[in-house]
Design a protein around this ligand. Structure first.
Ligand code: ADA
Length: 564
């Protein structure tokens, strides 16, 4: 399955996907493996528990002299890229992409090496032993592009309503690699997939996008506010998408292009409600890890599709990308299916000590920047989340939460923020986000009554900085081992999980202060064996509504009944 996105992003720019079989060697081992890319090294029977470093290698053919741009959608969890032996990129974090440009590559064969590292240690503050597994590998797609000296390096689209008329703010970033200045023009237009009706945008109003001089070795941004009268709106019920096509001309010659998919929708927080295009929504969601039996986190598109079909079959309208930025193809699916997305940066369960890792602040900052830079245009993303269950009960932790929320607002003012807390009755950060979210396992970790526990939590939220804000129950649920049936409905049976899910949903879906729920979790996922996670049965987090092979447990039908 050759696919980087669910639609074609370039007609002028030549793109080749480097999907296939690459050589792989673990450091210190002579054996050369032939591994699939994208893929996890753990997929190979010799490499099931790889926690180490190694190198992927392959030859690539450059068809003509010119600049080569390599894009890696995800290398887990640290990648170092070499072109003919020379390092051209370093990147930490499996869940955000990165790219590198090789200037003036010569026609012919070249050697591409990707060194990977999925070890734990001080160098890695976000990939740590956890209640999900960190694999090794080139786990998301890789592409090789031919770019001119001047090319489009990014396009952002912000839809908004002005006096009832749809507007769009367009930002088009152009990079000039050359040593001399150039004169360029940019043209942009929007079209509905399939119906070819094109609304010519620029240079309709001569918006100053013609014959602009770009200095050598620089990057400039073209911006414009454009009216879009009569467009179809993106919503859960009717997720209308548009292809936004931008073409770059140098001396009148089209030299590059970039297409992204956008949707006209507006997200607002109004009092205790979340509004999409002015209409209140109630989020009926799942927490979904990128993890699947046998393929690890390198979930192929067909299986993403199956996950989407199962979640929508259960009546979900939302998904939370716990606990890291997701594969763009899954986000493309959410755009197409009208599924609301809470996307969050990479963090799960860091106490203050882990937040004090000297790499933590920068690795979070990079992750947030890369997540928003690359996922900005997805209409399905309606909330940016950070720092799941981190040290939000401490002053030092609060400084980090505040810094990250500020960073997000600096990158995107069009979406509300939140964070899932478990610092019950002692969180000191609830005044910072637009939406307050909490994780609560009434009936599983604690046999406490759902209703009273929930009301106590909400009363405390209202009195601790969260007054007047929307509230989301970002996690609730229970574990069950697939196939474990018990008329006594004891813990770990499918019956008990179904009972706990029902009892929780009956409270959360009927509380006036709650505007959304996310079941923990969609599917069972593998966890690391270090630390307390080794107490997890089968070294899996077994709270899935389906198991790791997507086989439904009894709770599937309870959610299907209640979400629909
Ligand atoms: C936490 C955490 C999840 C998962 C869950 C559980 O809320 O956010 O990642 O670990 O608990 O299963 O206990």
């Amino acid at each position: 399955m050759k696919m980087i996105r669910l639609f074609k992003q370039h007609y002028i720019r030549k793109v080749e996907e480097l999907e296939g079989v690459w050589d792989f060697q673990l450091d210190g081992c002579d054996k050369v493996y032939r591994l699939a890319v994208p893929g996890c090294v753990e997929q190979h029977p010799d490499l099931l528990k790889t926690r180490g470093t190694g190198a992927y290698n392959r030859e690539v053919y450059v068809e003509q002299n010119g600049n080569i741009r390599l894009e890696f959608k995800g290398v887990s969890h640290t990648g170092d890229v070499f072109w003919d032996g020379e390092q051209i990129a370093h990147h930490y974090n499996a869940f955000t992409g990165f790219s590198a440009v090789v200037r003036n590559a010569k026609k012919g064969w070249h050697r591409l090496e990707v060194r990977i590292d999925n070890t734990f240690g001080e160098h890695s503050s976000l990939h740590v032993p956890n209640d999900y597994y960190t694999y090794g590998g080139i786990t998301r797609p890789v592409s090789m592009e031919r770019v001119a000296d001047i090319y489009i390096s990014g396009i952002h689209f912000t839809p908004y309503l002005e006096n009832g008329v749809w507007m769009g703010r367009l930002e088009i970033k152009i990079r000039n690699l050359a040593e001399e200045p150039a004169e360029i023009s940019v043209e942009s237009f929007l079209e509905r997939e399939g119906d070819g009706g094109v609304s010519q945008l620029f240079p309709a109003s001569g918006a100053g996008w013609n014959n602009v001089k770009v200095e050598p070795d620089s990057e400039i941004v073209f911006t414009a506010e454009q009216e879009f009268a009569g467009v179809a709106v993106w919503s859960h019920e009717n997720p209308a998408l548009y292809l936004w096509n931008t073409v770059l001309y140098v001396n009148g010659i089209p030299v590059d292009d970039m297409i992204d998919r956008v949707g006209f929708r507006e997200v607002k927080v109004s009092g205790k409600r979340i509004l999409i295009n002015g209409k209140q929504i109630f989020l009926k969601g799942f927490n979904r890890h990128e993890d699947y039996a046998t393929v690890g986190c390198a979930v192929p598109f067909q299986l993403m599709m199956q996950d989407m079909d199962l979640m929508t079959d259960m009546g979900a309208n939302a998904v939370r990308t716990c606990h890291y930025p997701n594969d763009e193809r899954f986000l493309d699916l959410c755009d197409e299916r009208g599924i609301f997305v809470w996307e969050e940066n990479h963090a799960r369960g860091f106490g203050l000590e882990r937040m004090q890792n000297p790499n933590f602040d920068k690795q979070c900052k990079d992750c947030i920047h890369e997540m928003i830079e690359s996922h900005y245009n997805h209409p399905s993303i309606i909330i940016w989340g950070i720092l799941n269950e981190c040290a939000s009960e401490t002053e030092e932790g609060r400084e980090k939460y505040a810094r990250q929320y500020t960073q997000i607002k600096g990158l995107d003012t069009s979406r509300p923020t939140t964070s899932a807390t478990c610092r019950h009755l002692k969180d000191i950060c609830l005044d910072l986000p637009d939406i307050v979210s909490f994780n609560m396992y009434s009936g599983w970790y604690k046999d406490v009554p759902v209703e009273e526990t929930n009301q106590k939590e909400i009363d405390w939220i209202r009195a601790s900085g969260g007054d007047g804000k929307p509230i989301i129950v970002s996690e609730f649920g229970a574990a069950a081992i697939y196939g474990c049936r018990d008329r006594a409905r004891s813990k770990w049976s499918e019956e008990r999980q179904a009972d706990i899910i029902r009892e929780n949903l009956e409270v959360y879906m009927n509380h006036p202060d709650i505007c959304g729920v996310f079941v923990w979790q969609f599917a069972d996922c593998r966890v690391t064996e270090e630390e307390w996670f080794s107490t997890r049965a089968r070294c899996h987090n077994n709270k899935g509504i389906v198991d790791e092979y997507r086989r439904p447990k009894m709770a599937y039908d309870v959610i299907r009944e209640m979400y629909r």
